[in-house]
Design a protein around this ligand. Structure first.
Ligand SMILES: NC(=O)C1=CN([C@@H]2O[C@H](COP(=O)(O)OP(=O)(O)OC[C@H]3O[C@@H](n4cnc5c(N)ncnc54)[C@H](O)[C@@H]3O)[C@@H](O)[C@H]2O)C=CC1
Ligand SMILES: O=C(O)[C@@H]1CCC=N1
Length: 271
């Protein structure tokens, strides 16, 4: 039995706990720590998972999953460092934080794996990218793949690519939600009831995603398949091009990558 403790059960920590429970992992194999007592009580009531303190998590769990905001990492590290032995695996879900931020604080040899997951973990459809730190080996990566593979897909990437991954798949769901929100608003403008507009757009998104996943051709070909000569779609595409939507998305993702790099730099030392 592998016990997993999630340190910081906010949106992504809860998504992981909930996703693992949904895939049949018993609540006895899961623990969590949480700064907010109210949130801790709510989660225990909802999921039946035990809330513990950091020393207890470090003693009882094999894997410690760090899921606090990057800005909150230092106080948590202060609590972890005295109690985390090198036989534990530390898994960081924190955007922007390089594995060396953890390694330089923990006992020599402590394995650290950096992960960028995303919230569709909640419904078993996460995209997670994982990178080994200096002391994490094949067995550690396989363990993390097994856990995250139960709540979605997993790719191995060099750590140097993690900031780009964060911008694409870590933040990506927010951009899709934003597009859906805007398209539903368009339906309202055209006089459709909100519930109907939402149903039309959400099912269109699910259908388009399913076609993309089937992998039968390139997205450009799929878009061309919708775009009839002198038809409706090309009139819409012209507006998207006029408003620079493609460039806006590229700029948005570049800005998210830059912010990820910046979050990591805050924790750099002169070492
Ligand atoms: N929300 C998302 O879509 C994604 C978030 N992440 C990363 O996951 C991490 C968490 O993000 P969210 O869940 O969105 O943030 P959040 O703010 O919803 O959750 C963080 C939780 O940690 C708790 N916390 C803070 N310090 C603590 C401490 N010392 N001990 C115990 N609990 C503590 C807070 O009370 C809060 O419930 C971040 O590092 C973020 O970069 C990664 C991928 C996607
Ligand atoms: O916005 C954030 O910083 C986090 C990391 C990736 C998605 N959400």
């Amino acid at each position: 039995m592998t016990t997993i403790a999630v340190l910081g059960a906010g949106r992504i920590g809860e998504s992981l706990l909930s996703g693992l429970l949904n895939t049949g992992r018993p609540p006895e194999e899961l623990l969590f720590t949480e700064r907010s007592p109210q949130r801790a009580a709510e989660l225990t009531e909802q999921y039946g998972i035990e809330h513990v303190d950091v020393p207890s998590a470090a003693r009882r769990a094999d894997i410690l999953v760090v899921a606090v905001k990057p800005q909150d990492i230092e106080p948590l590290l202060d609590e972890m460092v005295p109690v985390v032995a090198p036989d534990k695996l530390v898994v960081s879900l924190c955007a922007g934080l390089p594995t060396k931020v953890f390694e330089r604080r923990f006992a020599e040899g402590t394995p650290v794996v950096r992960v960028m997951p995303n919230t569709p973990m909640l419904v078993g459809e996460a995209m997670s990218a994982i990178s080994a730190g200096a002391h994490a080996g094949e067995a550690h990566l396989e363990l993390v793949e097994e856990i995250l593979g139960s709540v979605g897909r997993v790719a191995r990437v060099p750590e140097t690519q993690q900031d780009a991954v964060t911008a694409l798949s870590g933040s990506g769901p927010a951009y899709f939600f934003y597009l859906v929100e805007a398209m539903v608003d368009a339906g309202i403008l055209l006089g459709l009831p909100r519930s109907l507009a939402a149903e039309l757009i959400v099912q269109s998104a699910v259908g388009a995603a399913a076609m993309l996943r089937e992998g039968e051709g390139h997205p450009v070909m799929m878009r061309e398949g919708v775009t009839s000569p002198a038809g409706t779609t090309i009139s819409g595409i012209r507006e998207l091009e006029k408003h620079g939507v493609r460039a806006a998305l590229i700029d948005a993702i570049e800005a998210a990558r830059d912010r990820s790099l910046e979050l990591g730099r805050v924790h750099e030392t002169d070492e």
